[in-house]
Design a protein around this ligand. Structure first.
Ligand code: FES
Length: 507
């Protein structure tokens, strides 16, 4: 299964193939068109098709091309935004609702696994969160109190399943893990069996709102009553682009000499935090360690984050071998909760789900439950809490201002700081730079054969300058997270057009 990255996650390997042979009709009015074939789009599509809606799912590449196969597939009710924080910013009732919907999301995955016999290693696991100093211990107490208030099955623990020193720890039930690629292939198959249609390699180029919504794509123009963007950020420009910040996270898998793999999901409290789980392939176990998160397009030498993770792991474990190194992207919402529902500023028939922090598999599934209610009943008890047009003054204003100052800084500063190079010899083989050369500003990659690939660094979304990502060999936009291959092809939006090729007159 292809992914939006050069690095390979274990979920892409040893899986059943999936290639839809669907045909979509241009003279038909679909009830719902879903854009995006990750867990959010596919789960929404399955639920809606099952309820009798005629659905068309459009995917720019292949299902699972985005974050769904780049996640570490922790399924949580203990989210990145802790319950004490949600209570403080949204109130206790809202925090209870977050606990309820995240539990329902995990249960929905379990139901699908059982109902459709999806072999995706779904298992409930205990979770652990541990402090390494007094400040973290105080923070841990707050997290414990907030979680207990909303009903999480939680307690203090004298031990953690890692050989790492700690000062205080909590453990909690209700968490789970699975193999995300096998799971989405399972639900994609069920969606098709029910008559749902999936189009691969079909980028959406434009949308025309009217009596019906028309979606112009690479394969034709399709009409629907309701449209769902399950693509992280929707295309165009709206409030959501200023309220969600793209981040990259790094992951390694390792074979351990002592076989001491944790049978749990484990998290420390560093900033950014490390996260652990174990997965099994055949009869072999592997440890997954993730962390080293940073804003997308803010770091050029991304190989160092894998080295940092490896060094961290080797501090505590006898590592036999490192098996995978991969990175992936997520969006951090301004006020800590995702945006699910009607897309701000657009007709009421266009829906969106985004801002899942590091809990994409759970929030993606929870989104499908909320979107299902909105699209079939016209309302959801969760609508006010996750409404995408909300502005939570207390929780988000300072964050929105800070992030958008950063965006403006990139918009202006990155263009002003471009250095002139007299010769392309200034770029090493296998390296890339945004430079001024022969009077042109160009993003230049020199591949392993010393061949030059030059593109215009202006992101085709809103013209911020892209930055090289050395481990993924991609051009990443610091403003809203669009990513492009080394020769400028869109990997992920919100950009819809490739970076413009530049001819430097060299071979
Ligand atoms: Fe918005 Fe690049 S993603 S400017």
């Amino acid at each position: 299964m292809n992914r939006d990255s050069t690095t390979i996650s274990p979920w892409q390997e040893n899986i059943p193939g999936f290639s839809p042979d669907s045909f979509a009709k241009e003279d038909f009015i679909y009830d719902v068109i879903i854009v995006g074939g990750g867990i959010t789009g596919l789960t929404s599509a399955l639920l809606l098709q099952k309820a009798g809606k005629k659905c068309l799912l459009i995917e720019a590449k292949n299902i699972g091309f985005g974050t769904t196969t780049g996640t570490t597939a922790h399924l949580n009710t203990m989210m990145d935004t802790s319950y004490d924080q949600i209570i403080s910013d949204f109130g206790e009732e809202s925090a209870r609702m977050v606990h309820k919907i995240t539990n329902q999301a995990i249960q929905l995955i379990e139901t699908h696994v059982k109902e459709y016999n999806i072999e995706c290693d779904f298992q409930y696991k205990k979770g652990y969160l541990y402090a390494e100093d007094d400040d973290q211990a105080k923070e841990l107490d707050k997290i414990y109190e907030g979680s207990r208030k909303v009903g999480v099955d939680i307690g203090y623990s004298n031990e953690i399943p890692l050989p790492v020193p700690f000062t205080k720890a909590i453990s909690f039930g209700e968490q789970a893990q699975f193999q995300p690629a096998k799971y989405i292939i399972g639900i994609a198959n069920e969606f098709e069996k029910l008559g749902g249609i999936i189009l691969h390699n079909c980028r959406v180029l434009n949308r025309i709102d009217g009596d019906k919504v028309t979606v112009e794509t690479q394969k034709g123009n399709y009409k629907c009553i309701d449209l769902v963007y399950a693509t992280h950020l929707p295309p165009g420009v709206n409030l959501l682009h200023f309220e969600n910040t793209p981040y990259r996270s790094y992951v390694i898998t390792a074979k351990l000499k002592d076989g001491n793999y944790p049978d749990a999901l484990v998290y420390d409290m560093q900033d950014p935090y490390h996260y652990y789980r174990t997965y099994t392939e055949g009869n072999e176990k592997f440890l997954i360690l993730g962390g080293e998160d940073h804003k997308t397009g803010h770091e050029e030498n991304t190989d160092k984050f894998f080295r940092n993770l490896e060094a961290y792991l080797q501090k505590y474990y006898q590592v036999e071998s490192i098996v995978h190194r991969w990175s992936s992207q997520y969006y951090e919402p301004a006020d800590g909760l995702p945006y699910i529902g009607h897309t701000p500023g657009l007709t009421n028939h266009v829906y969106v789900a985004t801002g899942f922090s590091g809990n994409g598999m759970t929030w993606g599934t929870a989104s499908s439950l909320i979107l299902f209610d909105l699209l079939t009943k016209g309302k959801s008890e969760y609508e006010p809490l996750f409404k995408p047009s909300r502005i939570n003054v207390k929780a988000s204003i300072s964050e929105v201002v800070k992030e958008n100052i950063d965006v403006v800084g990139h918009f202006v500063g990155d263009w002003l700081s471009v250095k002139k190079i007299p010769t392309l010899l200034d770029i090493a083989t296998n390296d890339a730079k945004v430079v001024k050369y022969e009077g042109k500003i160009a993003a230049i990659y020199k591949d392993s054969q010393s061949q030059i690939h030059a593109v215009n660094p202006a992101c085709t979304h809103l013209k911020c300058s892209v930055l090289w990502n050395s481990s993924e060999k991609s051009w990443d936009c610091p403003c809203h997270g669009s990513r492009f291959s080394f020769d400028g092809e869109v990997l992920v939006g919100p950009a819809r057009k490739d970076l413009e090729a530049i001819n430097l007159g060299v071979q």
